[in-house]
Design a protein around this ligand. Structure first.
Ligand SMILES: *[C@@H]1O[C@H](CO)[C@@H](O)[C@H](O)[C@H]1NC(C)=O
Ligand SMILES: *[C@@H]1O[C@H](CO)[C@@H](O)[C@H](O)[C@H]1NC(C)=O
Ligand SMILES: *[C@@H]1O[C@H](CO)[C@@H](O)[C@H](O)[C@H]1NC(C)=O
Ligand SMILES: *[C@@H]1O[C@H](CO)[C@@H](O)[C@H](O)[C@H]1NC(C)=O
Ligand SMILES: *[C@@H]1O[C@H](CO)[C@@H](O)[C@H](O)[C@H]1NC(C)=O
Length: 348
């Protein structure tokens, strides 16, 4: 089978052959235009190649005449892209590029502490120029910082004339009796502004209340303010539970609320106990009573194993629970061995 298309094509070739030798449509070269551009040319007709905008000729013929042979001469014209000026280095920044040829675009970024003064990309134009103009990386700086109300500058050193540079810091301090809300330090950011300013507020504390069985002293003033102090004490035989000195905190409360706790009266007449890791005579060590919070360890006997162990007891607000295992012998029972004289049990 012979396809109808093939028959049509063959007859067309035959027709051209007998009509005299015309030149065919000329070769299409990359990045070049041909004028005039037609499907065939009669012998003697001229064509001209020219490089497209943005491309330049690197030698080779441009003008051709259709010869009687009907065959275009071999074309050696070469069009290559225009090259823009070298732009591979950006001071204090970097450039991303493949080549600096038309029609490529290159992009810019600045190092930390610098900002782009100009555009972040530029294109190599048909004319072989960068558009828009190449940017520069300019150092970031912050103007002198504002000073919060009730605050003073503690550390401030402008490093760029009257301005501060990226990452420079400024430290504030509140006026006396003012508490700071936020960070005392601000930093010059990459946006050329400062991080959030702290706030200084006047803070009042209520008058501290007197503890039962004790007293409290504080400044004789109309109001008590941040950092003001109060001191506590207890009447005899009472012990302060908490610090002697408290301070008005930034929350408007006192740092602690000490109480007075009763001492313990001794119910044991004779015993050797462990106190702060030492063996002491209980009745001598605590002849004035045990203070609130004091801890001792009593010795007890393990009758089966004939050894001794200890149990702890603590004076809590006038009350101490003597361990049940502790046995106090009458002073008349001289033949009995006290637990503290028995060898200690060895824990397993
Ligand atoms: C910025 O560039 C200049 C010149 O190349 C150089 O001396 C300087 O150290 C750079 N600054 C920074 C912070 O990189
Ligand atoms: C930013 O660029 C413009 C134009 O090139 C120039 O006039 C200006 O001084 C530059 N600013 C800085 C801070 O470099
Ligand atoms: C800094 O500020 C002072 C007062 O405003 C001004 O007189 C001086 O010229 C400034 N210096 C610089 C380097 O900008
Ligand atoms: C205050 O800010 C500095 C710097 O940003 C930071 O190092 C510091 O931890 C901050 N302090 C507090 C209490 O948040
Ligand atoms: C600093 O400037 C940036 C960008 O404009 C903004 O997002 C930020 O909120 C500013 N910071 C402060 C503390 O004003």
């Amino acid at each position: 089978m012979v396809s109808p298309a093939l028959i049509l094509f063959s007859s067309l070739l035959f027709h051209v052959a007998i009509a005299g030798r015309t030149c065919p449509q000329p070769e299409v070269l990359p990045f070049a235009d041909v004028v005039p551009f037609k499907t065939y040319y009669l012998p003697g007709e001229q064509i001209q190649y020219s490089c497209k905008p943005g491309y330049v000729s690197r030698g080779g013929m441009r003008r051709f005449t259709c010869p009687l042979s009907g065959m275009w001469p071999i074309n050696t014209l070469k069009c290559t892209p225009r090259v823009c000026p070298f732009a591979g280095i950006l001071e204090n920044g970097s450039v991303r590029y493949t080549t600096f040829e038309y029609p490529n675009t290159i992009t810019f970024t600045c190092n930390p502490g610098f900002y782009l003064n100009g555009t972040n990309s530029a294109k190599c134009t048909e004319e072989g120029k960068w558009s828009p103009e190449l940017p520069v990386c300019a150092p970031i700086s912050c103007p002198p910082p504002p000073i919060p109300k009730f605050a003073t500058l503690q550390v401030y050193k402008p490093s760029a004339g009257n301005n501060s540079m990226y990452r420079d810091t400024v430290v504030f301090e509140c006026l006396p009796h003012h508490a700071m809300l936020g960070n005392d330090t601000i930093t010059c950011t990459e946006h050329g502004n400062w991080t959030e300013l702290p706030e200084c507020r006047e803070v009042k504390c209520p008058f501290p209340s007197r503890p039962d069985n004790g007293f409290v002293n504080y400044p004789a003033k109309q109001v008590l303010l941040y950092k003001d102090k109060a001191t506590y004490g207890c009447h005899e035989t009472y012990t302060l539970d908490g610090p002697e000195e408290v301070e008005c905190t930034e929350l408007g409360t006192w740092s602690a609320q000490p109480n007075c706790k009763a001492s313990c009266i001794l119910s044991v007449k004779k015993a050797t106990v462990l106190y702060l890791g030492e063996r002491v005579k209980f009745q001598e060590q605590f002849k004035n009573g045990m203070k609130h919070g004091d801890k001792v360890s009593f010795f007890c006997k393990n009758k089966e194993k004939k050894c001794s162990y200890t149990e702890e007891a603590q004076c809590i607000d006038g009350f101490i629970e003597i361990p049940k295992c502790f046995k106090e012998h009458s002073s008349l029972a001289f033949w009995k061995t006290d637990a503290w004289d028995v060898k200690p049990c060895i824990d397993e």
